[in-house]
Design a protein around this ligand. Structure first.
Ligand SMILES: *Cc1c(COP(=O)(O)O)cnc(C)c1O
Length: 410
């Protein structure tokens, strides 16, 4: 007799994106032949850069010849790629060993699985609002408790509000927590943590033998060199933090699939030996995962060359021009706008104290623009919407023009 893992039942219904689609479909039924502009999607839209494309093609050619064919690769990921990542961090002043890097098929699966290294009764803290996988991966193993619909919260999670008052970076937890998820540059708010802000969390984690899971998926969107791109730029972080990152937003690999995690050997928690968590993650990755595609890894290696980096940064600059265009247009309407300077997300306060969904509807009906309601990322996202800078410039320009011309604010 098989039984299900009943903690899955505690998952709150995936509501946000289906509801956006439902409202868009209803609108189109009532207003056929209307063009909807999509500024809601957290997905890359521009072509892979030439250096990456060439490397992908070349790898396919190597695979097509038995003399150069390769099957399973190195266990933690291609050694050359891990060394290239090591050098990439080294240029920023972060010294790590190549075997502290683990190559994966992307940051989302690492973000989901990394919790399995820690005790099931550990207390989890998440930024509110947050990227949903941090919460959901803890729900299905029972760490989050039950969902309380009225508050929009799980009763065993500690929520760290990121609001206008704290510049969208949370204060330290008041209680003792064990696992802390931080994402900077942040999806959805576009806020970027400073060295001082991260240092406080690192000091807290060391004091309480807690662990920080640091999601740096948007690190390459930081143009302000005073801001940290890696948690390991912070003193003491190697003893208390795991970092996850990805080629998805950095080099347009959302469909190609490639990411990495870093588990330093010095990382320790309450009951672990030095090196033990690193070994556990190695065991996890080689047991449950057989490596990223060797084609993707060849692409990742090309992305980290000087030429590859330059080309990726040009594409990032393109998206960031979209962000600037969105930000300036909304500000010119008198709206209060955050993010969009070192992250591809613009976080807009709703006018007239509208709820996120009310403003979503207003933008849909008056401007034919789809955005993402902030409340979908957590209760502290209420009264905000997220606008994404991913998109073809012409389309973004038309969407912005439609907002400027048609949005009725009074
Ligand atoms: C897009 C995104 C990722 C990347 O996920 P992949 O699985 O690497 O495509 C990770 N974290 C956040 C916050 C994201 O928005």
């Amino acid at each position: 007799m098989a039984t299900i893992q009943t903690d899955y039942r505690a998952l709150a219904a995936g509501y946000l994106f289906p509801e956006i689609s439902r409202r868009a479909a209803t609108f189109l039924q009532e207003h056929p032949n209307t063009h909807l502009y999509r500024l809601g999607i957290g997905n890359t839209t521009e072509a892979l850069s030439p250096t990456i494309v060439e490397a992908l093609h070349h790898k396919v050619d190597l695979l097509s010849d038995r003399d150069t064919y390769t099957g399973y690769g190195d266990e933690q990921g291609d050694t050359a790629l891990r060394v290239a990542l090591q050098q990439f961090y080294h240029k920023r002043g972060v010294t790590l060993e190549a075997d502290e890097f683990f190559i994966s098929d992307g940051a989302k699966s690492d973000a989901a699985h990394v919790q399995s290294l820690f005790g099931t009764s550990d207390v989890v803290a998440v930024q509110d609002p947050a990227y949903p996988v941090y919460v959901d991966s803890n729900v299905v193993v029972g760490r989050a408790g039950t969902y309380e619909k009225k508050e929009g919260k799980y009763n065993k999670l500690v929520y760290l509000p990121a609001t206008e008052e704290n510049d969208f970076f949370p204060e330290l937890p008041k209680e003792k927590v064990d696992i802390i998820y931080l994402c900077s540059p942040n999806n959805p708010t576009g806020a970027v943590a400073t060295h001082e802000q991260l240092q406080q969390f690192v000091d807290y984690a060391k004091r309480h033998k807690a662990v920080i899971i640091f999601d740096a998926a948007y690190s390459e969107f930081i143009s302000d060199d005073t801001l940290p791109r890696s948690i390991y730029e912070i003193e003491g972080a190697k003893e208390c933090a795991i970092e996850i990152n990805s080629f998805s937003k950095f080099a347009g690999f959302t469909g190609v699939r490639l990411g990495w995690s870093i588990v330093p050997k010095h990382l320790v928690v309450e009951n672990s030996e030095v090196g033990e968590i690193h070994t556990m993650w190695f065991r996890h990755q080689v047991t449950f995962f057989n490596g990223a595609s060797n084609i993707s890894q060849a692409g990742g290696l090309a992305a980290l060359t000087d030429q590859g980096l330059q080309e990726s940064h040009e594409i990032i600059a393109y998206y960031m021009e979209n962000a600037t265009m969105i930000k300036e247009a909304l500000e010119s309407l008198g709206l209060t706008v955050y993010g969009g300077t070192n992250a591809p997300y613009v976080w807009v306060k709703t006018p007239n104290n509208l709820t996120s969904w009310e403003f979503f509807d207003q933008l849909l009906h008056q401007c034919h623009v789809l955005v993402t309601p902030g409340s979908g990322f957590g209760s502290s996202g209420e009264h905000y919407i997220r606008i994404s800078a991913f998109g073809h410039k012409e389309q973004v320009a038309l969407a912005v023009q439609s907002i400027t011309e048609n949005l009725q604010l009074n």
